[in-house]
Design a protein around this ligand. Structure first.
Ligand SMILES: [Cu+2]
Length: 112
């Protein structure tokens, strides 16, 4: 009985530790939240956005047509009118992206 209780406690501690990095990531993203890119008139606005590392960028579709913001290794998925998705940019660099449905729609996120 004592053994089982100890193991259960161990599992709880393990679960808590596993959640820590996720919490830290969420807190960091929230600190710089507020940047947004609008999909409107078949274009991303602003087409080029500069943010600090750790910023969560919200992509919001205001068009009748569905759009995505699709970069190298990241993707908002299909967003219909009124939908939005946040992508966190943690590493400095220049991130080009396009709409997977309308490839002529292009944008860039610059992370400093
Ligand atoms: Cu599109």
């Amino acid at each position: 009985m004592t053994k089982i209780d100890r193991r259960a406690m161990f599992r709880l501690v393990g679960t808590g530790l596993a959640l820590l990095p996720l919490t830290a990531l969420t807190a960091r993203a929230a600190r710089h939240a507020g940047a947004a890119v609008t999909m409107s008139g078949m274009a991303f606005a602003p087409a080029s956005l500069t943010v600090k590392a750790g910023t969560a960028v919200a992509f919001m579709n205001e068009d009748g047509a569905p759009h995505t913001a699709t970069g190298d290794g990241w993707d908002t998925g299909r967003l219909n009118r009124g939908d939005s998705t946040e992508i966190a940019f943690d590493t400095p660099g220049t991130y080009a992206y396009a709409c997977a449905i309308h490839p002529s729609m292009k944008g860039t996120i610059i992370v400093e």
